[in-house]
Design a protein around this ligand. Sequence first.
Ligand code: SF4
Length: 369
Amino acid sequence: MRKEISIYVHIPFCEHKCAYCAFNSFCATQQEKENYLKLLCGEIAEKSKQFSNKYVVKTIYIGGGTPSVLSCEQISEVVRAIYDNFDVYDNAEFTIEANPHSISEEKLKCWKSLRVNRVSVGVQTLSDKNLSKIGRLHTSKMAIEKIKLVRKYFANVSCDLLVGLEGEDGKTLCKHAKQLLELGIKHISCYFLEIYQNTPIFDMIQNKKYLPLGDEEQVAAFNKLANYLKDAGLERYEISNFAYPQFESKHNSNYWARGEYVGFGLSAHSFLNGKRFWNADNIDDYKNGVTTSEELSLTEEDEEKIMLGLRCNLGVDVKSLKKIDLNKNPYFQDYLKQGILTQEGGLVKLNPMFYQMSNTIISNLFEDK
Ligand code: SF4
């Protein structure tokens, strides 16, 4: 029987670097893009040989960076390389990430013809003041217009929102979420604004030119948004992800379930046969096929299962743990008694009401006594 696998493809290009961005993404010339795509398609063809008939692809995710900066010809080249070299289920979930500024009707038609069936739009906020301050190229009006256009071609659309932007309390976030849901969005990912040194926003904050929400305000805003989305009928199926039934991201759920996946492109990660490895994060090393790998010890593997499983609705199958015995952990029974954790059969889950405390709960579960 063939094993199922997910494919991730990294497109590292962006039209412009956002003020808060610490991802591996950059602006590139057409020539640099062409050179990269050639390497990428070569990597897909080469690596696919080890999979031959043993695997079938259940999800494809083209992320970045901003994949929507690629032209129809360029993205078609990448998708062709995947379909020429892998067996893909007819009903495979196929997601592409897009930014409002680079979405066009021509590209949407092209993605549709390439069997893309899910679009994840980087909205971040519908406040024009914040969009401009954090260096996004689109306005709220453009975001709304482009989402309407995406919806014309795709039923399964997700949007990203940032939590913690200047002046955006829970009420504002709920207002933005409402606007997006009214456009027929089926999935919302909400991420806390993280501030990294060596990003423009770090200096803006140091110079008091930007005032993000404080930690407590961020958590309060997130909780208000989470309650709003719950009332609107979306399930919080992972700590940062909310979806209407049947619209959960299958690709990301595969990561959280520790399913196998292969990544192509700069800094892309793979997980196969219990081994994790990833490509170099700079073009020169990537060109030379440099990869790094790690093999987790049995305890580390258990810790990863607990960490991933408790942060989403999949939970942790205690029978799958090889070294950690949760019953020996003093916090475990307490958490069950308090309803923070639930246990049904061998499956332990974290009550979503306590997702915000997940870091503390999980680290307590790793303690021996
Ligand atoms: S669009 Fe995304 S990846 Fe690109 S610079 Fe902005 S935050 Fe970074």
